[in-house]
Write a protein that binds this ligand. Sequence first.
Ligand SMILES: Nc1ncnc2c1ncn2[C@@H]1O[C@H](COP(=O)(O)OP(=O)(O)OP(=O)(O)O)[C@@H](O)[C@H]1O
Length: 611
Amino acid sequence: MRHSSALPDNIPVQFRGWHWVKTLWPYLMEYRGRVLAALLCLVAAKLASVGMPFLLKYQVDHLSAAGLAGAVAADWWLWFPLGLLLAYGSVRFLSVFLGEVRDLLFGRVTERAMRRMALQVFEHLHRLSLEFHLNRQTGALQRDIERGTNGIGFLLRFMIFNIIPTFLELFLVIGLLLANYPPVFAIITTVAVVAYIAYSVVVTEWRTRYVREANRLDSTTHARALDSLLNYETVKYFTAEQREAGAYDESLAQWESARRMNRFSLFSLNSGQALIISLAMAAMLLFAAYYVLSGDMTLGDFTLVNAFMFQLFLPLNFLGFIYREIKASMANIERMFELLDEQPAVPDDGNNTLNIQQAEVEFREVGFAYANGRTVLNNLNLTLPAGQTLAVVGSSGAGKSTLTKLLFRFYDPQQGGIYIDGQDIRSIPQQQLRAALGIVPQDTVLFNDTLRNNLLYARPDATEDELQQVVRMAHLETLVQQNPAGLETVVGERGLKLSGGEKQRIAIARMLLKRPAIMVFDEATSSLDSTTERGIMAAIREVSAGRTALIIAHRLSTIVDADCIAVMEQGQVTERGTHAELLAAHGRYAQLWQAQQSERQVPVTGEPKDA
Ligand SMILES: Nc1ncnc2c1ncn2[C@@H]1O[C@H](COP(=O)(O)OP(=O)(O)OP(=O)(O)O)[C@@H](O)[C@H]1O
């Protein structure tokens, strides 16, 4: 099944400016020494680069003067420009070198920020409720996070080391031009810069929507591919390779066309920027040539103006790129912030300590509906007596598994409450609550890791003896012995290299290793053959003896000797008692029992025995 993304497709265009400044600031402060040193390098590099055109001017002036004077080698006129040349070379090297040192120093700051951000998102995702994860599209989510964290790195690096310094340099150069030359040069530069920035901003705003659209399609395409590959087997069962490829290609085609628009908008941006720069440079040189010819400026001045232009417009050109990238980064980060703004549907604000004495669980007048609004539990009252085994049976969809989801607080009921030894579970931190509970779920999903690590996931510090003991109790020895790698066997993605029954037994073993105060078995043996089932049920009985356990089962034969059995129908408990009591009552349970008993008598041919 394909889920729709939990994130809205149309994120508001305006960026919540202070949000990210506030987010990024602590990262800068953490390494304030490095940031300061990097900034010093930056200022020194900028001073050196602004000094370069002056050295060039003096060289040209002296060389041309020497040429005019016909100076000879012995003349100091030659030594002076040579010194200047050396100084020019050194300053140039210094300017580049300091830039590199700056990057070296600052790299650590960006990487740390990216690491922190990625971790923050990861932890946040784990805090979000089950409903969010049921709705998410893993591939798209991954892409959003990846782009968002890279965006943070980019923003930090370029905001501080490109945008701010480029403006610094601009003011410095315009000031120097104004102080040393006719005002026309400063005017042309200012007009060109303003036109350039205005053009870049307007066009970038226009094209941001294409960037965003391309990103969105990139994410959905990725999600679609991932979903299809994860459902590899289903695709084969329905020979749907062509259909899947077609759907994927459809996404790719949309992405391709969004990219085309993206490229065209980039072309418009770059060409316009180049035009503005070229016009300004031509105008500057025209005036410089005029002043040289009229004798108001030297050839050195001509070179200086030219060098300034190159020096200014190069970073300005880069500024255009950076502005674009910053806009794109902001769009990416924005999406990640949307994710961080997402609030867990189930608040974790209880701070009472869970104090388990008896481990009695009570569902009191519980009313619950999932997000779609359909009532699943309706004024349900159910008690799991301390130290006893309660089995819950009932038809499919009656709301049995929902009970366990509420107990684990994946959802909160809209009415009533759940109490452990009289304590409302909402008043207890979720971590504490879940530490006291153990479950063998309906579908066991394993990590793509070894058997050992999947088992130890329940309690990483368990001893080898404890591990071997639960392997035995869950009847896993044969599986371990049959595999040459034993407990080191890797189980494949989501445990797909194991059979359903093997996965269930691993789930049972790791729950046993956890040793929770309250145990839940949600159709824990549904995938087992009847011999293994009997063995496992015996093990479950053994470990749950004297402990509070909730067993949800379809096959009634597995729970006949539970301390108590509750029958659920349409979100309510309709009957309750021991197996014998319920049979004697001739109610729904007795009906179900009868039905299952006669099914068992149907031989393999499908014909009833007595037919
Ligand atoms: N996340 C969800 N969002 C919306 N509806 C849900 C969700 N999870 C379960 N349901 C619906 O709630 C109802 C009760 O589901 P639940 O899994 O509790 O039933 P069950 O009694 O355990 O059934 P089964 O015996 O088949 O496992 C079902 O109709 C199911 O479709």
